[in-house]
Design a protein around this ligand. Structure first.
Ligand SMILES: [Zn+2]
Length: 266
């Protein structure tokens, strides 16, 4: 895997993709009491993450954590001589770098940006300082850790029991929630890494979903055409993880009649 670049500051990049982006679209930041968010805000640095920007490296210090506003971060495990395998993803419901919250300074995994988007960067030293205040952030990160444990364990079952097509539909639906849009950029290589399959299999599976009228896939750009039927095509793991996010109060209940966890444009 090509070593990704270090995250670059927003000022050095193109304007945000959506002018109205609210940093508190991140559900952990949104759930903080206003007063606590205002205390935290000066330490939060807005960044625009590009695909392959690396947030921390295997066995390297985790210098900062990132609260995604949109876009998707990926945690991958590497085994010598084998392609990296995705073990978890982080979106607007969470934060990267949980190991530092749990008392570790490093991780045996790599974490990088899988789908470009905005995020708020918080240096680890500042995170530790805020956590020592024993405010709402501490409790929210505990709840988020619980959802991450469920995500990790569900991924084990998913990889073992569910078809590549079901898993692909699940991943695309989840990405749509996180990006907050029906269209997003995703290369076949990345989709293959997420699903743990070869490029040829990605083409085949994406082709099947496209023929069914659920998505369009052209030059690495995915368009979710029919989210309702994509939800039906996805394995139950999508709902299991969403339900846990709602149970701990991180993801709001969907509007009446909605079948997925998020409506683009919220
Ligand atoms: Zn599954």
């Amino acid at each position: 895997m090509t070593p990704p670049d270090h995250p670059r500051e927003e000022a050095r990049h193109a304007p945000r993709r959506r002018d109205t982006e609210d940093p508190r679209r991140n559900l952990i930041l949104r759930a903080l009491p206003d007063e606590e968010y205002e205390r935290l805000r000066p330490a939060l640095r807005p960044v625009t993450l590009q695909v392959r920007d690396q947030l921390y490296r295997r066995d390297g210090d985790i210098d900062a954590v990132y609260f995604p506003v949109d876009g998707v971060l990926s945690v991958v495990a590497s085994v010598d001589g084998e392609p990296a395998v995705e073990v978890a993803t982080v979106g607007y419901e969470g934060v990267s770098g949980l190991p530092v919250f749990l008392g570790a300074a490093t991780s045996p995994h790599d974490c990088f940006c899988q789908v470009a988007g905005d995020a708020l960067c918080l240096p680890t030293a500042d995170l530790r300082r805020f956590l020592s205040d024993d405010g709402a952030l501490h409790d929210l990160l505990h709840r988020y850790t619980q959802t991450m444990v469920v995500q990790l364990s569900q991924n084990v079952a998913c990889n073992r029991l569910h078809s590549t097509e079901e898993r692909c539909a699940r991943w695309l639906l989840q990405t749509r929630d996180r990006v907050g849009a029906n269209e997003f950029q995703l290369t076949q290589d990345f989709l293959g890494q997420m699903l743990g399959v070869r490029r040829g299999t990605v083409s085949l599976v994406a082709g099947l979903l496209q023929q069914a009228g659920l998505i369009r896939y052209s030059r690495g750009r995915i368009t979710v055409v029919d989210p309702e039927h994509l939800h039906e095509a996805a394995c139950e793991c999508y709902d299991v993880v969403q339900a846990e996010n709602r149970r701990v109060g991180l993801v709001p209940e969907p509007p009446d009649g909605a079948t997925t966890g998020h409506s683009p444009g919220d």
